[in-house]
Design a protein around this ligand. Structure first.
Ligand code: HEM
Length: 156
C-alpha cells in the first residue's frame, strides 16, 4: 500500500504532466476543441459529456479535462493520507489542504477560460493557479522527503 509520502510524490508528478498537457492545449491552439462559450463547450464538450474524439483538437482538450479530474482525485487522496498519517506532519498536510482547496477553483477557472472565448487574462489566471498548485505540492513532497531523512538520521 503506497504511503502518504508516495501519494504526495504521485500528486506532484501528475500535476507536472497535467500542466505540460495544458501548455500543449494553449500552444497548439486546441483550447476550443470542445467548442466555444458556456453550455455546449463547458461543462459539456461539443454538447455532450462523452464527445466523439476523432477530431484531434477535441481529443486534446477533452483529455486535458479528463486528466484534471484524475489529478484532482490523486491530490485529494494524497491530502487524506497526509492528514491520517501518524504522526501527522503539520506543514505538508496543511500545504496539501491548500492545494486541494485550489483545485476546484482551478477547474472553475478552466471553465471560464473556455466560456470567455480564451480571454488572455483568464487564461493567464488559469496558468498562475496551475503553477501555484504545482509549487505547493512540490514543497509538501520535498518537506516529506527531508523529514524522512531527518528521522532516519536521528535513529542512527
Ligand atoms: C487542476 C486542473 C487544471 C490544471 C492544473 C490546468 C493547467 C493548465 C495549464 C498549465 C495550461 C497552460 C497555460 C498556458 O500555457 O498558458 C492550461 C490550459 C488550458 N486549460 Fe487547463 N488546467 C486544469 C483544468 C482545466 C479544466 C477543467 C478546463 C476546462 C475547460 C481547462 C481548460 C483549459 C484550456 C481551454 C486551456 C488552453 C487555454 C488557451 O488556449 O489559451 N483546464 N491548463
Amino acid at each position: 500500500m503506497p504511503t502518504a509520502k508516495q501519494w504526495v510524490y504521485a500528486a506532484a508528478i501528475a500535476i507536472y504532466f497535467l500542466n505540460a498537457w495544458g501548455a500543449y492545449v494553449t500552444l497548439g491552439n486546441f483550447g476550443e476543441g470542445c467548442g466555444v462559450g458556456f453550455g455546449a463547450s463547458w461543462p459539456l464538450c461539443n454538447g455532450t459529456l462523452f464527445p466523439a474524439l476523432g477530431n484531434y483538437p477535441t481529443l486534446i482538450e477533452y483529455l486535458h479535462r479528463f486528466f484534471s479530474v484524475v489529478t484532482g482525485l490523486v491530490i485529494l487522496y494524497a491530502t487524506v493520507k497526509t492528514w491520517r498519517s501518524k504522526p501527522r506532519l503539520q506543514l505538508p498536510s496543511r500545504l496539501m489542504l491548500l492545494a486541494i482547496i485550489l483545485v476546484p477553483i482551478q477547474v472553475g477557472i478552466g471553465g471560464e477560460v473556455v466560456g470567455s472565448g480564451l480571454s488572455a487574462l483568464v487564461a493567464t489566471t488559469h496558468f498562475c493557479f496551475a503553477t501555484a498548485i504545482f509549487g505547493i505540492v512540490t514543497v509538501a513532497a520535498a518537506l516529506m522527503y527531508t523529514e524522512d531523512k531527518r528521522s532516519l538520521a536521528a535513529r542512527v
